[in-house]
Design a protein around this ligand. Structure first.
Ligand code: IPM
Ligand code: MG
Length: 355
């Protein structure tokens, strides 16, 4: 198969972890006889510095022309610490999501048997956890009207959802639940928020089309609690943008390292794959960041954008192997030898070549 992939490395450790995902993907391409054309493009602070825009039109054109986008990370502290900054790297990410129509953010959380002791949660609580959040990504308070009034002393952000936006996200949730254990949890705040009541009403209205899926409705505050108490009681969860942002960070600690969790952002025309961790600026250039989340994002890309399941499975298999062999970066080294980012990438590519 021929695959055209846009490569948006971004800031901080982005380029280093992206390099490893490229290495591993190229090893997969060689093994299975595929051709991958990588087209790099600028985004984030790197793009602000080069052309004054975190998501330049040229980058958008590269993403639109590609079959999929592989994304590293964006953001740098010099922007975070300056509330008056006119352009921010994050604006690039939000604009990219909106312009590419990436409305469904798929964020799985699972545990690795060899890393159960890395989680701050008790082993018996997290064992067997395998859940997926579907976070709505192009609506809600992230994209609503915002501003200042009262000479700047009052600020507001508004949350808006249309039935159509809820339906298209929920549809993905029902379909995903069907391929798993057929349990769907709709997370909202319907006891307070009108948008949440529309979510609940809309999802309830869809239940009859999916009689095989068991749907539960839970309030976001209760989910925040149960997620760390009984994570293995969840399967597929659907939720709006901000709730999803918060809960998926919470869920990422279950696995024991943020450096492990991949994600996909899917639309009708485009798809983007990225690690859920940020740009980890302190580690930039040190070759110490964990590349596994990006590599597992590439596995999701093979499966979801190209229907190449054997390829995705092999990536997951060699990742498990590297964890079992202790070929891991310092966040997982447990006092043992810490391998470099690039060494982990080399090891995985080598395992794929030998498989
Ligand atoms: C995420 C991030 C982004 C978000 C930031 C960087 C704008 O936290 O992808 O979860 O809030 O969506
Ligand atoms: Mg977030």
């Amino acid at each position: 198969m021929n695959m055209k992939i846009a490569l948006l490395a971004g800031d901080g450790i982005g380029p280093e972890v992206i390099d490893q995902a490229v290495k591993v993907s190229n090893a997969i391409a060689t093994k299975f006889g595929h051709q991958i054309t990588w087209t790099p493009a600028l985004t984030g602070a790197a793009a602000i510095d080069a052309v004054g825009d975190p998501y330049p039109d040229e980058t958008h054109a590269v993403c639109e022309a590609a079959d999929a986008v592989l994304f590293g990370a964006i953001g740098l502290p010099r922007f975070d610490n300056d509330p008056s900054a006119k352009v921010r790297p994050e604006q690039g990410l939000l604009r990219m999501r909106k312009k590419l129509g990436l409305f469904a953010n798929v964020r799985p959380t699972f545990t690795f048997p060899s890393l159960l002791d890395k989680s701050p949660l008790k082993q018996e609580r997290i064992e067997g956890t395998d859940l997926v959040f579907l976070r709505e990504l192009t609506g809600g308070i992230y994209f609503g009207k915002r501003g200042r009034e009262d000479q700047g002393d009052t600020a507001f952000d508004t949350c808006t959802y249309t039935r159509e936006e809820i339906v298209r996200l929920a549809k993905k949730g029902f379909e995903l639940a069907r391929t798993r254990s057929k349990k769907l949890c709709c997370v909202d705040k319907a006891n307070v928020l009108e948008t949440s009541r529309l979510w609940r009403e809309t999802v309830q209205g869809m239940e009859k089309d999916y009689p095989d899926v068991e749907v539960s409705y839970e309030l976001v505050d209760a989910v925040a609690m149960r997620l760390v108490q009984w994570p293995n009681s969840y399967d597929v969860l659907i939720t709006e943008n901000l709730f999803g942002d918060i809960l998926t960070d919470e869920a990422s600690v279950i696995s024991g390292s943020m450096g492990l969790m991949p994600s996909a952002s899917i639309g009708n025309e485009n798809a983007l794959y990225e690690p859920i961790h940020g740009s980890f600026p302190q580690a930039t250039g040190l070759d110490i960041a964990n590349p596994l989340a990006t590599i597992l994002s590439a596995a999701m890309m093979f499966e979801m954008s190209f229907d190449l399941h054997e390829e995705g499975t092999l990536i997951r298999k060699v990742v498990d192997q590297s964890l079992a062999d202790g070929v891991v970066t310092e966040d997982l080294a447990n006092g043992g030898k810490a391998y470099k980012t690039s060494e982990v990438g080399d090891y995985l590519a080598g395992l794929i070549a030998k498989a």
